[in-house]
Design a protein around this ligand. Structure first.
Ligand code: MN
Length: 472
């Protein structure tokens, strides 16, 4: 059950510099499924992508007869993300943190593939193959658009993925949570101005991942992408604004977040596997679309593994750093899939002092308000294996002694069981007491089990015929 079998063996290839290179990389490993042409954009595309979620990425030629192909599920597996980073799964969080803490400034180029074609007569529904994913989604969405905006005060850029609802020929509805894009927009709106934005679709996996880094304002996520690549990311200036966008991208929508205007957006299927509700939200007007001559459109199926993992890995990296500042014995953290890759955290701890696990639980709640449940286990427990974690809870914790419950704390607004984002926190200390008799918690083990080479000890010849094997 150890982690050794799951990771790629060692750092090797230079990471894929574009989405196309990543498709080549996946295809060469048998990890890209190509659908028959003409799959329906409404539900049909997502249904296939979801069936192959985490197993293969999917490419859809001419969906609904549209000239532009669609790809999905590019990073729907932890092993692929580690592979894109050129490290093992065990090294992934540390590699991501290192990049977040050592950003590499981008390099501007004058001409770029993403500006091979420039459209100023914009009709988004005609230009782009926009899919509808979940049953009650309000309609077609752009789900894999990296929204880039400049801080009006400092000029430093921010990158974030916002769900974008098709609202008209050149109009998108956007969900802006109270984070950096919204901060910039509030400053622009207070001055009565629109905020220029670029929406970048179709980037390499590392730029996609970097967009989700949890870093303070005025930390340009494109510089983290550069650090992950090990060389400066090439960017180009937008044709209608000062925003800089990745030169190797497939498509860029250039536009403005409009002041003093909100329009209905949603419902939309979100990461908790429920719908985000319909409400009045921000509006973007698109002024121009630039793209490669033979552009590919990337979509992320809401609530699928690509959606979940893009959120989980940067969060895990920042939670690990946060916990290790106070608790050097924390070895690893994992946001479990059952916990929507946001709410439930598993922590692996080398416990040195009795009671330490409960301090770690309290520290984790302070690390991110989304964290709702924390289970702390010892070093011998694989926190990526839910069966192992449940086993630790079953055999190393007692409810009257090892639970921490905190009422009425801030939680996720998308948790339908919370009251407007207010809810309870639960922690479980599933670590062995330091003074326990050694034999009581010694795990059973068959010597040599892990080393058995089955192809050498099992005779393939009789094909399961036990009588023949016994000479009868
Ligand atoms: Mn940011």
């Amino acid at each position: 059950m150890g982690e050794g079998g799951r990771g790629v063996e060692a750092a090797r290839n230079a990471p894929a510099p574009s989405l196309r290179d990543w498709l080549d990389h996946l295809a060469a490993r048998g990890l890209l499924a190509v659908a028959r042409p003409g799959v329906a954009l409404r539900f049909g595309l997502a249904a296939i992508a979801k069936r192959l979620d985490g197993i293969k990425a999917t490419l859809f030629p001419s969906p609904d007869g549209h000239a532009m192909p669609v790809v999905s599920g590019l990073v729907s597996n932890r092993a692929w993300i580690a592979d894109a980073m050129g490290v093992t799964e065990r090294e992934m969080l540390r590699r991501f943190l290192h990049a977040a803490q050592n950003p590499l400034p981008w390099r501007e180029v004058a001409a770029a593939p993403v500006q091979e074609r420039i459209e100023r007569e914009v009709d988004l529904g005609a230009l782009l193959p926009l899919p509808t994913h979940n049953e009650h989604d309000s309609g077609p969405y752009i789900t894999a658009g990296l929204l880039i905006a400049r801080n009006p005060a400092s000029g430093v850029q921010n990158v974030a993925i916002h769900r974008l609802q098709l609202g008209g020929k050149r109009r998108l509805g956007a969900l802006l949570l109270p984070r950096h894009t919204n901060l910039f927009f509030e400053a622009a709106e207070a001055a009565g101005q629109a905020l220029p934005v670029a929406i970048v679709i179709g980037v390499d996996p590392l730029t996609l991942l970097a967009s989700q880094a949890i870093v303070p304002v005025d930390h340009d996520e494109l510089e983290i992408a550069g650090a992950l690549h090990g060389r400066p990311l090439e960017v180009v200036k937008c044709v209608t604004s000062e925003v800089r966008v990745p030169a190797a991208a497939e498509i860029v929508l250039e536009g403005r977040l409009l002041p003093d205007l909100r329009e209905p957006e949603g419902p939309f299927g979100e990461f908790p596997q429920y719908y985000g509700e319909r409400a009045d939200r921000h509006v973007i007007e698109i002024d121009a679309v630039t793209m490669r001559a033979d552009a590919l459109f990337h979509t992320i199926v809401g609530g699928g593994l690509e959606h979940l993992l893009l959120g989980a890995i940067p969060r895990e990296a920042s939670l690990l750093a946060h916990l290790q500042r106070s608790f050097p014995g924390v070895r690893d953290v994992h946001l479990s899939r059952g916990g929507t890759c946001r709410y439930h955290l598993h922590v692996q701890l080398r416990k040195r002092n009795e009671g330490e696990a409960k301090n770690v639980i309290l520290g984790a709640f302070a690390g991110h308000y989304d964290i709702k449940q924390v289970i702390v286990v010892d070093e011998d427990v694989d926190i990526h294996d839910p069966t192992e974690v449940e086993w630790a809870v079953a055999t190393r914790s007692q409810a009257d002694r090892d639970l921490v419950i905190i009422a009425d704390a801030q939680g996720s607004k998308l948790d339908p069981s919370a009251r407007g984002g207010v809810g309870a926190k639960l922690g479980i200390d599933a670590t062995i007491p330091l003074d326990a008799p050694k034999m009581r918690f010694t795990r059973i083990r068959v010597p040599g089990e892990a080393e058995v080479a089955l192809d050498r000890v099992i005779d393939p010849a009789p094909g399961g015929d036990w009588r023949k094997a016994l000479g009868r």
